[in-house]
Design a protein around this ligand. Structure first.
Ligand SMILES: NC(=O)c1ccc[n+]([C@@H]2O[C@H](COP(=O)([O-])OP(=O)(O)OC[C@H]3O[C@@H](n4cnc5c(N)ncnc54)[C@H](OP(=O)(O)O)[C@@H]3O)[C@@H](O)[C@H]2O)c1
Length: 259
């Protein structure tokens, strides 16, 4: 296995009590990183921190935070720095905006999705970047969706607002290169998280629903959270120092376009 050289690095993985964020936090901890994780439900968050910590024998710091709230983000970054002494890696993430087509959403729904999906990334970067600049290096990795490469039916909020994250990331990649801070965006396709299992169960016929989700995936199956985490860990490593401004899907070939 490639040594990623991540031992003792400090990471914040946002929205990480479950699903993709949890898989990334777990992977970082396995690499010997000290990791802060956040989510809104404190009891689930604490249980996750405890689980990762006991399986990896590393310190995982749970900090309750709602990423739609500016004060919570400031507190998340400040508490991480207070505890661990700095930040090397920031992984931005949040729950997905609700499904629906154009006429399903009024101004207030768009505004909420803006704060959840886009403004959370702006605020996390604003708080974390000065700490990376102080260390003379850093990694920002945004978890987005294949919706930034190919719009997904009935997900207009994600299709629209996640592209703002990509624009921000590409601009920041240019601005932050002198400090050796890289900024990349990863795009999961349908991935087998607990949330996805719930969606499949809620649809009634699980096997039919699974066929629907996988019919356009050349690999013939959904992704596993750890397959996204593998890419995030590589992008976080020293080996990925020359990779910045990219948008990379982990989707078993789902996206049909070339770029
Ligand atoms: N799984 C997929 O197939 C897939 C595919 C493409 C894109 N994505 C996107 O990837 C992201 C993560 O998906 P997932 O499948 O890992 O979801 P998940 O299993 O539902 O987990 C979401 C995590 O985010 C936390 N969270 C949600 N809203 C938050 C908020 N406002 N502030 C802080 N934490 C928050 C949740 O904890 P609390 O509820 O306690 O806050 C939970 O820990 C989503 O944006 C999703 O749309 C997922």
């Amino acid at each position: 296995m490639m040594d990623l050289g991540l031992a003792n690095k400090i990471g914040i993985v946002v929205a990480a009590s479950k699903g993709l964020g949890k898989a990334v936090a777990f992977r970082f901890a396995r690499e010997g990183m000290r990791v802060a994780i956040c989510a809104r439900d404190e009891s689930v968050l604490r249980a996750t921190a405890q689980e990762i910590s006991s399986l990896t024998h590393t310190e995982v710091l749970p900090i309750r935070a709602d990423v739609t709230r500016s004060d919570d983000i400031k507190n998340l970054v400040a508490e991480t720095v207070k505890r661990f002494g700095g930040i090397d890696v920031l992984v931005t993430n949040a729950g997905g905006p609700p499904p629906g087509n154009f006429f399903a959403f009024d101004d207030s729904a768009w505004e909420q999705a803006f704060y959840l999906t886009f403004m959370s990334v702006v605020r996390l970067c604003r708080e974390a970047i000065p700490h990376m600049q102080k260390r003379g290096a850093g990694r920002i990795i945004n978890i987005a969706s294949v919706s930034v490469k190919q719009p997904i039916e009935n997900l207009i909020l994600s299709n629209s607002l996640r592209l703002a994250v990509v624009g921000l990331a590409k601009s920041l990649a240019n601005e932050l290169a002198p400090w050796k801070i890289t900024v990349n965006t990863v795009c999961p396709g349908p991935t087998q998280t607990e949330r996805m299992e719930q969606l499949l169960r809620a649809s009634g016929d699980i096997e039919e629903a699974r066929r629907f989700w996988t019919k356009d995936i050349p690999m013939g199956r959904m992704g596993k959270p750890e397959e996204l985490a593998d890419l995030v860990a590589f992008l976080a490593s020293e080996n990925a120092r020359y990779i910045t401004g990219t948008v990379i899907q982990v989707d078993g070939g789902l996206v049909k376009g070339i770029f």
